[in-house]
Design a protein. Structure first.
Length: 551
Protein backbone atom coordinates (compact mmCIF):
# COMPACT_ATOMS: atom_id res chain seq x y z
CA UNK A 1 0.00 0.00 0.00
CA UNK A 2 1.43 3.38 -0.98
CA UNK A 3 0.60 6.69 0.75
CA UNK A 4 1.01 9.84 -1.29
CA UNK A 5 3.98 12.13 -0.57
CA UNK A 6 1.82 15.17 0.32
CA UNK A 7 0.16 13.19 3.12
CA UNK A 8 3.49 11.93 4.52
CA UNK A 9 4.90 15.44 4.39
CA UNK A 10 1.93 16.72 6.43
CA UNK A 11 2.42 14.09 9.14
CA UNK A 12 6.16 14.69 9.28
CA UNK A 13 5.68 18.42 9.58
CA UNK A 14 3.18 17.99 12.43
CA UNK A 15 5.54 15.67 14.32
CA UNK A 16 8.44 18.07 13.83
CA UNK A 17 6.48 21.00 15.20
CA UNK A 18 5.46 19.01 18.26
CA UNK A 19 9.06 17.95 18.93
CA UNK A 20 10.27 21.52 18.75
CA UNK A 21 7.64 22.84 21.14
CA UNK A 22 9.28 24.34 24.29
CA UNK A 23 9.02 22.21 27.41
CA UNK A 24 7.11 24.14 29.95
CA UNK A 25 6.33 22.99 33.42
CA UNK A 26 2.66 23.53 32.84
CA UNK A 27 0.52 23.85 29.78
CA UNK A 28 -2.06 26.45 29.47
CA UNK A 29 -5.57 25.40 28.60
CA UNK A 30 -5.39 26.84 25.11
CA UNK A 31 -2.15 24.96 24.36
CA UNK A 32 -3.75 21.66 25.42
CA UNK A 33 -6.75 22.35 23.25
CA UNK A 34 -4.50 22.94 20.24
CA UNK A 35 -2.69 19.65 20.80
CA UNK A 36 -5.98 17.74 21.13
CA UNK A 37 -7.21 19.17 17.84
CA UNK A 38 -3.97 18.10 16.16
CA UNK A 39 -4.28 14.55 17.54
CA UNK A 40 -7.89 14.30 16.35
CA UNK A 41 -6.83 15.52 12.90
CA UNK A 42 -4.12 12.88 12.73
CA UNK A 43 -6.59 10.16 13.74
CA UNK A 44 -9.06 11.31 11.08
CA UNK A 45 -6.29 11.24 8.47
CA UNK A 46 -5.37 7.67 9.44
CA UNK A 47 -9.01 6.55 9.20
CA UNK A 48 -9.32 8.12 5.76
CA UNK A 49 -6.21 6.30 4.55
CA UNK A 50 -7.60 3.00 5.87
CA UNK A 51 -10.87 3.52 3.96
CA UNK A 52 -9.02 4.31 0.72
CA UNK A 53 -6.85 1.24 1.14
CA UNK A 54 -9.88 -1.00 1.74
CA UNK A 55 -11.60 0.43 -1.35
CA UNK A 56 -8.54 -0.26 -3.51
CA UNK A 57 -8.37 -3.83 -2.20
CA UNK A 58 -12.08 -4.32 -3.00
CA UNK A 59 -11.62 -3.04 -6.55
CA UNK A 60 -8.58 -5.27 -7.12
CA UNK A 61 -10.53 -8.31 -5.95
CA UNK A 62 -13.41 -7.43 -8.29
CA UNK A 63 -11.03 -7.17 -11.26
CA UNK A 64 -9.45 -10.54 -10.45
CA UNK A 65 -12.87 -12.16 -10.10
CA UNK A 66 -13.97 -10.75 -13.49
CA UNK A 67 -10.78 -12.00 -15.17
CA UNK A 68 -11.29 -15.44 -13.66
CA UNK A 69 -14.85 -15.58 -15.02
CA UNK A 70 -13.67 -14.56 -18.51
CA UNK A 71 -10.93 -17.20 -18.46
CA UNK A 72 -13.36 -19.94 -17.48
CA UNK A 73 -15.85 -18.85 -20.17
CA UNK A 74 -13.22 -18.36 -22.90
CA UNK A 75 -10.10 -20.51 -22.46
CA UNK A 76 -8.83 -19.52 -25.94
CA UNK A 77 -8.12 -16.01 -24.69
CA UNK A 78 -5.11 -17.42 -22.82
CA UNK A 79 -3.72 -18.70 -26.15
CA UNK A 80 -4.33 -15.37 -27.81
CA UNK A 81 -2.50 -13.56 -25.01
CA UNK A 82 0.78 -15.10 -26.19
CA UNK A 83 0.23 -14.08 -29.83
CA UNK A 84 1.15 -10.66 -31.21
CA UNK A 85 -1.92 -8.48 -31.78
CA UNK A 86 -2.98 -7.94 -35.40
CA UNK A 87 -1.78 -4.67 -36.96
CA UNK A 88 -5.32 -3.29 -36.84
CA UNK A 89 -5.66 -3.75 -33.08
CA UNK A 90 -2.22 -2.27 -32.41
CA UNK A 91 -3.52 1.05 -33.65
CA UNK A 92 -6.82 0.81 -31.78
CA UNK A 93 -7.61 1.84 -28.22
CA UNK A 94 -7.44 -0.73 -25.44
CA UNK A 95 -11.21 -1.24 -25.46
CA UNK A 96 -12.30 -2.18 -28.99
CA UNK A 97 -15.93 -2.14 -30.12
CA UNK A 98 -17.78 -5.41 -30.56
CA UNK A 99 -18.29 -4.80 -34.28
CA UNK A 100 -15.47 -3.59 -36.52
CA UNK A 101 -16.08 -2.19 -40.00
CA UNK A 102 -12.98 -2.31 -42.19
CA UNK A 103 -13.73 -1.44 -45.81
CA UNK A 104 -10.85 -2.10 -48.16
CA UNK A 105 -9.48 0.27 -50.75
CA UNK A 106 -11.06 -1.93 -53.45
CA UNK A 107 -14.22 -3.53 -52.00
CA UNK A 108 -15.29 -6.82 -53.56
CA UNK A 109 -18.12 -6.37 -56.04
CA UNK A 110 -18.54 -9.69 -57.90
CA UNK A 111 -20.51 -12.81 -56.87
CA UNK A 112 -18.74 -15.27 -54.57
CA UNK A 113 -17.66 -18.56 -56.12
CA UNK A 114 -20.00 -21.53 -56.58
CA UNK A 115 -17.41 -23.82 -54.98
CA UNK A 116 -15.17 -23.94 -51.93
CA UNK A 117 -12.72 -21.02 -51.98
CA UNK A 118 -9.05 -22.00 -51.67
CA UNK A 119 -6.48 -19.31 -50.93
CA UNK A 120 -3.23 -19.13 -48.99
CA UNK A 121 -3.31 -18.24 -45.29
CA UNK A 122 -1.74 -14.89 -46.15
CA UNK A 123 -4.39 -14.07 -48.77
CA UNK A 124 -7.14 -15.26 -46.41
CA UNK A 125 -6.00 -12.84 -43.70
CA UNK A 126 -5.76 -10.03 -46.24
CA UNK A 127 -9.34 -10.72 -47.39
CA UNK A 128 -10.49 -10.83 -43.76
CA UNK A 129 -9.03 -7.38 -43.17
CA UNK A 130 -11.37 -5.87 -45.79
CA UNK A 131 -14.72 -6.94 -44.41
CA UNK A 132 -16.99 -6.36 -41.46
CA UNK A 133 -16.08 -8.43 -38.42
CA UNK A 134 -17.95 -9.31 -35.23
CA UNK A 135 -16.20 -10.72 -32.15
CA UNK A 136 -18.11 -13.11 -29.91
CA UNK A 137 -15.91 -14.31 -27.08
CA UNK A 138 -12.75 -15.68 -28.67
CA UNK A 139 -14.42 -16.35 -32.06
CA UNK A 140 -14.53 -13.81 -34.89
CA UNK A 141 -17.24 -13.81 -37.54
CA UNK A 142 -16.47 -12.09 -40.81
CA UNK A 143 -17.18 -12.21 -44.54
CA UNK A 144 -13.91 -12.69 -46.45
CA UNK A 145 -14.60 -13.20 -50.16
CA UNK A 146 -18.27 -12.51 -49.41
CA UNK A 147 -18.72 -15.77 -47.48
CA UNK A 148 -19.72 -16.10 -43.78
CA UNK A 149 -16.65 -17.31 -41.90
CA UNK A 150 -15.99 -18.28 -38.29
CA UNK A 151 -12.35 -18.04 -37.27
CA UNK A 152 -9.91 -17.64 -34.41
CA UNK A 153 -8.26 -14.30 -33.76
CA UNK A 154 -5.18 -15.17 -35.82
CA UNK A 155 -7.18 -16.81 -38.62
CA UNK A 156 -5.30 -20.10 -38.27
CA UNK A 157 -8.56 -22.00 -37.76
CA UNK A 158 -11.54 -21.07 -39.92
CA UNK A 159 -14.84 -22.52 -41.10
CA UNK A 160 -16.70 -20.98 -44.05
CA UNK A 161 -20.22 -21.82 -45.18
CA UNK A 162 -21.52 -20.67 -48.54
CA UNK A 163 -24.43 -21.00 -50.93
CA UNK A 164 -24.85 -21.32 -54.68
CA UNK A 165 -28.57 -21.41 -55.45
CA UNK A 166 -29.86 -21.30 -59.02
CA UNK A 167 -33.50 -21.97 -59.88
CA UNK A 168 -34.46 -22.18 -63.56
CA UNK A 169 -37.96 -21.87 -64.99
CA UNK A 170 -39.30 -21.63 -68.52
CA UNK A 171 -40.11 -23.86 -71.44
CA UNK A 172 -40.23 -24.49 -75.17
CA UNK A 173 -42.81 -22.36 -77.01
CA UNK A 174 -42.20 -24.28 -80.22
CA UNK A 175 -40.48 -27.53 -81.24
CA UNK A 176 -40.84 -28.83 -84.79
CA UNK A 177 -41.86 -32.42 -85.57
CA UNK A 178 -41.43 -34.14 -88.91
CA UNK A 179 -43.26 -37.14 -90.34
CA UNK A 180 -45.35 -37.57 -87.23
CA UNK A 181 -42.49 -38.36 -84.86
CA UNK A 182 -43.04 -38.05 -81.12
CA UNK A 183 -42.78 -34.51 -79.70
CA UNK A 184 -40.56 -35.68 -76.88
CA UNK A 185 -40.21 -34.16 -73.44
CA UNK A 186 -40.29 -30.45 -74.21
CA UNK A 187 -42.51 -28.79 -71.60
CA UNK A 188 -44.20 -25.52 -72.43
CA UNK A 189 -43.45 -24.47 -68.85
CA UNK A 190 -41.55 -26.17 -66.04
CA UNK A 191 -38.84 -25.51 -63.47
CA UNK A 192 -35.62 -27.07 -62.23
CA UNK A 193 -33.28 -26.44 -59.30
CA UNK A 194 -30.19 -26.23 -61.48
CA UNK A 195 -27.73 -25.84 -58.62
CA UNK A 196 -28.21 -25.85 -54.88
CA UNK A 197 -24.73 -26.15 -53.45
CA UNK A 198 -23.67 -25.51 -49.87
CA UNK A 199 -19.86 -25.29 -49.76
CA UNK A 200 -18.25 -26.10 -46.41
CA UNK A 201 -14.61 -25.02 -46.16
CA UNK A 202 -12.39 -25.85 -43.17
CA UNK A 203 -9.01 -24.15 -42.93
CA UNK A 204 -5.94 -24.68 -40.80
CA UNK A 205 -3.40 -22.12 -41.97
CA UNK A 206 -2.48 -23.11 -45.56
CA UNK A 207 -4.38 -26.41 -45.50
CA UNK A 208 -7.95 -26.24 -46.81
CA UNK A 209 -10.62 -28.95 -46.99
CA UNK A 210 -13.76 -28.48 -49.12
CA UNK A 211 -16.96 -30.51 -48.94
CA UNK A 212 -19.81 -29.28 -51.15
CA UNK A 213 -23.06 -31.26 -51.32
CA UNK A 214 -25.37 -30.37 -54.19
CA UNK A 215 -29.13 -30.66 -53.76
CA UNK A 216 -30.04 -29.41 -57.21
CA UNK A 217 -27.55 -30.33 -59.92
CA UNK A 218 -29.13 -32.13 -62.85
CA UNK A 219 -31.94 -31.83 -65.33
CA UNK A 220 -34.75 -32.87 -63.00
CA UNK A 221 -35.59 -31.73 -59.47
CA UNK A 222 -35.00 -34.21 -56.69
CA UNK A 223 -31.43 -35.34 -57.40
CA UNK A 224 -29.00 -35.03 -54.51
CA UNK A 225 -25.30 -35.58 -54.86
CA UNK A 226 -21.78 -34.31 -54.27
CA UNK A 227 -20.05 -31.50 -56.14
CA UNK A 228 -16.65 -31.76 -54.47
CA UNK A 229 -14.78 -33.24 -51.49
CA UNK A 230 -11.09 -32.47 -51.54
CA UNK A 231 -8.01 -31.39 -49.59
CA UNK A 232 -5.83 -28.51 -50.80
CA UNK A 233 -2.46 -27.04 -49.88
CA UNK A 234 -1.96 -23.36 -50.71
CA UNK A 235 1.30 -22.63 -48.89
CA UNK A 236 3.36 -22.21 -52.06
CA UNK A 237 3.31 -18.82 -53.77
CA UNK A 238 0.26 -18.48 -56.06
CA UNK A 239 -0.08 -22.27 -56.16
CA UNK A 240 -2.85 -24.66 -55.11
CA UNK A 241 -2.29 -28.43 -54.90
CA UNK A 242 -5.42 -30.60 -54.78
CA UNK A 243 -6.39 -34.21 -54.13
CA UNK A 244 -9.89 -35.67 -53.87
CA UNK A 245 -13.20 -35.28 -55.69
CA UNK A 246 -12.79 -32.07 -57.64
CA UNK A 247 -13.80 -30.37 -60.88
CA UNK A 248 -10.53 -29.61 -62.73
CA UNK A 249 -10.49 -26.38 -64.70
CA UNK A 250 -10.32 -26.90 -68.44
CA UNK A 251 -11.37 -24.42 -71.18
CA UNK A 252 -11.90 -20.72 -70.52
CA UNK A 253 -15.66 -21.03 -70.15
CA UNK A 254 -15.35 -23.87 -67.65
CA UNK A 255 -12.75 -21.94 -65.63
CA UNK A 256 -15.43 -19.41 -64.72
CA UNK A 257 -17.78 -19.94 -61.81
CA UNK A 258 -21.36 -20.72 -62.84
CA UNK A 259 -22.33 -17.63 -60.82
CA UNK A 260 -20.46 -15.56 -63.44
CA UNK A 261 -22.00 -17.08 -66.60
CA UNK A 262 -23.23 -14.85 -69.42
CA UNK A 263 -25.95 -17.44 -70.14
CA UNK A 264 -27.69 -20.03 -68.01
CA UNK A 265 -25.63 -22.85 -69.58
CA UNK A 266 -22.22 -23.35 -71.16
CA UNK A 267 -21.92 -23.91 -74.92
CA UNK A 268 -22.59 -27.54 -75.84
CA UNK A 269 -19.04 -28.19 -77.05
CA UNK A 270 -17.61 -27.13 -73.67
CA UNK A 271 -19.74 -29.65 -71.79
CA UNK A 272 -18.87 -32.37 -74.31
CA UNK A 273 -15.16 -31.71 -73.73
CA UNK A 274 -15.17 -31.41 -69.94
CA UNK A 275 -17.17 -34.60 -69.39
CA UNK A 276 -14.38 -36.66 -70.98
CA UNK A 277 -12.31 -36.48 -67.79
CA UNK A 278 -12.96 -33.24 -65.88
CA UNK A 279 -16.60 -32.86 -64.95
CA UNK A 280 -18.03 -32.38 -61.45
CA UNK A 281 -16.88 -34.61 -58.56
CA UNK A 282 -14.09 -36.25 -60.54
CA UNK A 283 -11.29 -37.84 -58.51
CA UNK A 284 -8.30 -35.59 -59.17
CA UNK A 285 -4.67 -35.17 -58.17
CA UNK A 286 -2.84 -32.12 -59.42
CA UNK A 287 -2.40 -28.41 -59.09
CA UNK A 288 -2.34 -25.00 -60.69
CA UNK A 289 -0.09 -21.95 -60.56
CA UNK A 290 -0.88 -18.40 -61.61
CA UNK A 291 0.75 -15.01 -62.00
CA UNK A 292 -0.35 -11.63 -63.31
CA UNK A 293 0.25 -12.62 -66.93
CA UNK A 294 -0.19 -16.41 -67.08
CA UNK A 295 -1.97 -19.46 -65.66
CA UNK A 296 -1.05 -23.15 -65.83
CA UNK A 297 -2.70 -26.25 -64.39
CA UNK A 298 -2.65 -30.00 -64.80
CA UNK A 299 -4.51 -32.88 -63.11
CA UNK A 300 -4.57 -36.65 -63.19
CA UNK A 301 -8.20 -37.78 -62.97
CA UNK A 302 -10.08 -40.98 -62.21
CA UNK A 303 -13.71 -41.94 -61.91
CA UNK A 304 -16.64 -39.69 -61.01
CA UNK A 305 -18.30 -39.81 -57.62
CA UNK A 306 -21.21 -42.25 -57.80
CA UNK A 307 -20.22 -43.49 -61.24
CA UNK A 308 -20.33 -47.17 -60.22
CA UNK A 309 -23.80 -46.88 -58.70
CA UNK A 310 -26.71 -48.01 -60.87
CA UNK A 311 -28.74 -45.05 -59.59
CA UNK A 312 -25.87 -42.63 -59.41
CA UNK A 313 -26.00 -38.88 -59.45
CA UNK A 314 -24.15 -38.47 -62.74
CA UNK A 315 -24.07 -40.59 -65.90
CA UNK A 316 -23.71 -43.84 -64.03
CA UNK A 317 -22.21 -46.92 -65.62
CA UNK A 318 -23.24 -49.32 -62.88
CA UNK A 319 -21.78 -51.58 -60.26
CA UNK A 320 -20.41 -54.00 -62.86
CA UNK A 321 -17.33 -51.86 -63.51
CA UNK A 322 -14.24 -54.05 -63.58
CA UNK A 323 -11.72 -51.33 -64.45
CA UNK A 324 -12.31 -47.64 -63.68
CA UNK A 325 -11.39 -44.78 -65.98
CA UNK A 326 -8.15 -42.81 -65.80
CA UNK A 327 -7.37 -39.56 -67.58
CA UNK A 328 -5.86 -36.12 -67.27
CA UNK A 329 -6.09 -32.44 -68.14
CA UNK A 330 -3.64 -29.71 -69.08
CA UNK A 331 -4.37 -26.02 -69.54
CA UNK A 332 -2.13 -23.00 -70.05
CA UNK A 333 -3.26 -19.41 -70.60
CA UNK A 334 -1.65 -16.00 -70.91
CA UNK A 335 -2.48 -12.30 -71.08
CA UNK A 336 -0.32 -10.71 -73.79
CA UNK A 337 -2.08 -7.34 -73.51
CA UNK A 338 -3.15 -5.77 -70.21
CA UNK A 339 -4.17 -2.11 -69.97
CA UNK A 340 -6.91 -0.18 -68.24
CA UNK A 341 -9.25 -0.53 -71.21
CA UNK A 342 -7.93 -3.67 -72.94
CA UNK A 343 -7.39 -7.18 -71.57
CA UNK A 344 -6.55 -10.05 -73.94
CA UNK A 345 -6.64 -13.74 -73.01
CA UNK A 346 -5.18 -16.58 -75.09
CA UNK A 347 -4.79 -20.19 -74.07
CA UNK A 348 -4.82 -23.88 -74.91
CA UNK A 349 -6.83 -26.59 -73.17
CA UNK A 350 -6.42 -30.33 -73.57
CA UNK A 351 -8.05 -33.32 -71.94
CA UNK A 352 -7.81 -37.08 -72.37
CA UNK A 353 -9.20 -40.35 -71.09
CA UNK A 354 -6.23 -42.70 -71.26
CA UNK A 355 -8.40 -45.66 -70.32
CA UNK A 356 -12.19 -45.66 -70.58
CA UNK A 357 -14.08 -47.49 -67.83
CA UNK A 358 -14.66 -51.17 -68.55
CA UNK A 359 -17.90 -53.01 -67.80
CA UNK A 360 -19.26 -56.44 -68.66
CA UNK A 361 -19.98 -55.19 -72.20
CA UNK A 362 -16.47 -53.80 -72.72
CA UNK A 363 -15.21 -50.23 -72.93
CA UNK A 364 -17.82 -47.86 -74.35
CA UNK A 365 -18.61 -44.13 -74.23
CA UNK A 366 -21.61 -41.96 -75.11
CA UNK A 367 -21.59 -38.30 -76.15
CA UNK A 368 -24.90 -36.47 -75.63
CA UNK A 369 -26.03 -32.87 -75.18
CA UNK A 370 -29.24 -30.89 -74.76
CA UNK A 371 -29.85 -27.62 -76.66
CA UNK A 372 -28.06 -25.54 -73.98
CA UNK A 373 -31.12 -25.56 -71.71
CA UNK A 374 -31.50 -27.95 -68.77
CA UNK A 375 -35.18 -28.23 -67.90
CA UNK A 376 -35.52 -32.00 -68.20
CA UNK A 377 -36.01 -32.02 -71.96
CA UNK A 378 -35.26 -34.87 -74.33
CA UNK A 379 -31.81 -35.23 -75.86
CA UNK A 380 -31.67 -34.43 -79.57
CA UNK A 381 -27.93 -34.80 -80.21
CA UNK A 382 -26.24 -38.08 -79.20
CA UNK A 383 -23.81 -40.62 -80.59
CA UNK A 384 -25.36 -43.49 -78.69
CA UNK A 385 -22.94 -45.97 -77.12
CA UNK A 386 -19.61 -46.07 -78.98
CA UNK A 387 -18.08 -49.51 -78.41
CA UNK A 388 -14.44 -50.64 -78.34
CA UNK A 389 -13.19 -47.23 -77.18
CA UNK A 390 -9.48 -47.29 -76.38
CA UNK A 391 -8.87 -43.60 -75.71
CA UNK A 392 -10.62 -40.22 -75.85
CA UNK A 393 -8.98 -36.84 -76.23
CA UNK A 394 -9.78 -33.22 -76.99
CA UNK A 395 -7.75 -30.06 -77.50
CA UNK A 396 -8.27 -26.54 -78.74
CA UNK A 397 -7.46 -22.82 -78.44
CA UNK A 398 -9.05 -20.19 -76.19
CA UNK A 399 -9.45 -16.50 -76.97
CA UNK A 400 -11.07 -13.59 -75.15
CA UNK A 401 -10.75 -9.83 -75.45
CA UNK A 402 -12.18 -7.12 -73.22
CA UNK A 403 -12.35 -3.56 -74.49
CA UNK A 404 -13.79 -1.23 -71.87
CA UNK A 405 -17.32 -2.59 -71.26
CA UNK A 406 -17.31 -5.03 -74.18
CA UNK A 407 -16.15 -8.66 -73.87
CA UNK A 408 -15.69 -11.06 -76.81
CA UNK A 409 -14.92 -14.77 -76.32
CA UNK A 410 -14.39 -17.73 -78.66
CA UNK A 411 -13.12 -21.32 -78.38
CA UNK A 412 -12.71 -24.28 -80.75
CA UNK A 413 -12.21 -27.93 -79.78
CA UNK A 414 -11.51 -31.11 -81.67
CA UNK A 415 -12.54 -34.43 -80.08
CA UNK A 416 -10.83 -37.70 -81.03
CA UNK A 417 -12.02 -41.23 -80.35
CA UNK A 418 -9.46 -44.01 -80.75
CA UNK A 419 -11.05 -47.45 -81.09
CA UNK A 420 -9.68 -50.95 -80.71
CA UNK A 421 -10.49 -54.10 -82.65
CA UNK A 422 -9.34 -52.66 -85.96
CA UNK A 423 -12.08 -50.00 -86.00
CA UNK A 424 -11.18 -46.59 -87.47
CA UNK A 425 -10.85 -43.50 -85.31
CA UNK A 426 -13.66 -40.98 -85.02
CA UNK A 427 -13.49 -37.20 -84.92
CA UNK A 428 -15.97 -34.62 -83.64
CA UNK A 429 -15.72 -30.86 -83.26
CA UNK A 430 -17.38 -27.72 -82.00
CA UNK A 431 -16.92 -24.03 -81.41
CA UNK A 432 -18.65 -20.94 -80.10
CA UNK A 433 -18.39 -17.17 -80.17
CA UNK A 434 -19.94 -14.91 -77.54
CA UNK A 435 -20.15 -11.19 -76.91
CA UNK A 436 -21.30 -9.37 -73.80
CA UNK A 437 -21.72 -5.69 -73.00
CA UNK A 438 -22.19 -4.20 -69.53
CA UNK A 439 -24.79 -1.46 -69.88
CA UNK A 440 -24.27 -0.13 -66.34
CA UNK A 441 -22.38 -1.26 -63.27
CA UNK A 442 -18.73 -2.29 -63.27
CA UNK A 443 -17.65 -4.18 -66.43
CA UNK A 444 -16.26 -7.69 -66.35
CA UNK A 445 -12.63 -7.98 -65.31
CA UNK A 446 -10.01 -10.71 -65.42
CA UNK A 447 -9.32 -13.13 -62.56
CA UNK A 448 -5.71 -14.31 -62.49
CA UNK A 449 -6.65 -17.05 -60.01
CA UNK A 450 -9.15 -18.62 -62.43
CA UNK A 451 -7.62 -17.69 -65.76
CA UNK A 452 -10.97 -16.30 -66.90
CA UNK A 453 -13.33 -13.36 -66.59
CA UNK A 454 -15.53 -12.49 -63.62
CA UNK A 455 -19.12 -11.30 -63.72
CA UNK A 456 -20.00 -7.59 -63.89
CA UNK A 457 -19.48 -5.98 -60.49
CA UNK A 458 -21.76 -3.98 -58.21
CA UNK A 459 -19.97 -1.68 -55.77
CA UNK A 460 -21.66 -0.91 -52.43
CA UNK A 461 -22.61 2.55 -53.68
CA UNK A 462 -24.21 1.02 -56.83
CA UNK A 463 -26.50 -1.51 -55.12
CA UNK A 464 -30.13 -1.42 -56.20
CA UNK A 465 -31.89 1.53 -54.58
CA UNK A 466 -34.35 3.24 -56.95
CA UNK A 467 -35.02 6.07 -54.48
CA UNK A 468 -31.40 7.15 -54.93
CA UNK A 469 -31.12 6.29 -58.65
CA UNK A 470 -28.97 3.18 -58.08
CA UNK A 471 -29.65 0.15 -60.29
CA UNK A 472 -26.87 -2.41 -59.80
CA UNK A 473 -25.37 -3.89 -62.98
CA UNK A 474 -26.96 -4.98 -66.26
CA UNK A 475 -25.36 -7.05 -69.03
CA UNK A 476 -26.69 -7.97 -72.46
CA UNK A 477 -25.13 -10.89 -74.36
CA UNK A 478 -25.36 -12.93 -77.56
CA UNK A 479 -23.79 -16.26 -78.54
CA UNK A 480 -23.48 -18.57 -81.54
CA UNK A 481 -22.40 -22.15 -80.91
CA UNK A 482 -22.01 -25.33 -82.94
CA UNK A 483 -21.40 -28.91 -81.82
CA UNK A 484 -20.92 -31.60 -84.48
CA UNK A 485 -21.17 -35.27 -83.45
CA UNK A 486 -21.15 -36.66 -86.98
CA UNK A 487 -18.13 -38.70 -88.07
CA UNK A 488 -17.66 -40.99 -91.08
CA UNK A 489 -21.43 -40.94 -91.61
CA UNK A 490 -21.01 -42.44 -95.08
CA UNK A 491 -19.36 -45.57 -93.68
CA UNK A 492 -20.94 -48.54 -91.97
CA UNK A 493 -18.77 -48.01 -88.90
CA UNK A 494 -19.43 -44.27 -88.74
CA UNK A 495 -21.42 -42.28 -86.19
CA UNK A 496 -24.40 -40.00 -86.84
CA UNK A 497 -24.80 -38.03 -83.62
CA UNK A 498 -26.22 -34.92 -85.24
CA UNK A 499 -25.04 -31.34 -85.54
CA UNK A 500 -26.52 -28.77 -83.17
CA UNK A 501 -26.52 -25.03 -83.77
CA UNK A 502 -27.77 -22.62 -81.11
CA UNK A 503 -28.38 -18.88 -81.43
CA UNK A 504 -28.74 -17.39 -77.96
CA UNK A 505 -29.41 -13.99 -76.45
CA UNK A 506 -29.41 -13.17 -72.77
CA UNK A 507 -29.99 -10.44 -70.22
CA UNK A 508 -28.47 -10.54 -66.73
CA UNK A 509 -29.27 -8.11 -63.92
CA UNK A 510 -27.26 -7.93 -60.69
CA UNK A 511 -29.02 -5.79 -58.03
CA UNK A 512 -25.98 -6.46 -55.83
CA UNK A 513 -23.14 -8.96 -55.76
CA UNK A 514 -25.21 -11.63 -53.98
CA UNK A 515 -28.28 -11.83 -56.24
CA UNK A 516 -28.80 -12.21 -59.97
CA UNK A 517 -31.73 -12.47 -62.38
CA UNK A 518 -31.33 -13.89 -65.89
CA UNK A 519 -33.51 -14.23 -68.98
CA UNK A 520 -32.33 -16.23 -72.04
CA UNK A 521 -33.82 -16.96 -75.43
CA UNK A 522 -32.41 -19.86 -77.50
CA UNK A 523 -33.18 -20.86 -81.07
CA UNK A 524 -31.75 -24.29 -81.84
CA UNK A 525 -31.35 -26.32 -85.03
CA UNK A 526 -30.34 -29.99 -84.74
CA UNK A 527 -29.78 -32.31 -87.70
CA UNK A 528 -30.99 -35.89 -87.48
CA UNK A 529 -29.25 -38.27 -85.12
CA UNK A 530 -29.62 -41.69 -83.53
CA UNK A 531 -31.93 -40.23 -80.87
CA UNK A 532 -35.42 -41.71 -81.12
CA UNK A 533 -37.04 -38.25 -80.94
CA UNK A 534 -34.81 -36.79 -83.66
CA UNK A 535 -34.99 -39.14 -86.61
CA UNK A 536 -35.50 -36.36 -89.17
CA UNK A 537 -33.96 -33.25 -87.62
CA UNK A 538 -35.47 -30.70 -85.25
CA UNK A 539 -35.52 -26.99 -84.56
CA UNK A 540 -37.21 -25.04 -81.82
CA UNK A 541 -37.21 -22.18 -79.39
CA UNK A 542 -36.67 -22.01 -75.65
CA UNK A 543 -37.17 -19.24 -73.11
CA UNK A 544 -35.73 -19.68 -69.63
CA UNK A 545 -35.27 -17.45 -66.61
CA UNK A 546 -33.02 -17.93 -63.61
CA UNK A 547 -32.98 -16.55 -60.09
CA UNK A 548 -29.65 -16.80 -58.30
CA UNK A 549 -28.41 -16.21 -54.79
CA UNK A 550 -24.87 -16.82 -53.65
CA UNK A 551 -22.60 -16.06 -50.73
Amino acid sequence: MYVSLPRLSSLAATTLLLSLAPALPAFSADRLEIMERQIRAMQAEVQKLKKERNEEIRQARAVLAHQREETEANPYRQRAAFLPPPPLLQAMPAIAPLTIRRPGAHPQDTPPSDRGIVTSWRDFRAATAQDEEVSVGGIKIGFPNGRPTFKTSDGAYALSIGLAFQEDFGGFPSVSRRNGEDRGNFNSFTSNSRRLRIPFTFRYKDWVANVTPDFGHGNNDGQVGLYEANINYAGLHNTVLTVGYFQPRVTEEDAESSNDFMFVERPAIIDLVRTIAANDARFSVGGMHYADRWWIGSYFTGQEWGNRNERGYYASIGDNITDSQTGGTFRVAGRPIVTKDVDMHVGISSIASFKVAKSATGRSYTFAQRPEINLGESILMTTGAINNVAQLWSAGPEFALRWKRLLVKAEYYRIGVERSGGLPSLGFQGWYGAVGYTLFGNPRRYSIQEGGFLAPGVSPDQEFDPLHDRWGALEIAARYSVADLNSRIGDADGIRGGQQTVWATGLSWYPNRYFKFMLDYNHFIVSRSSATVNLYGRNGDAVVGRIQSTF
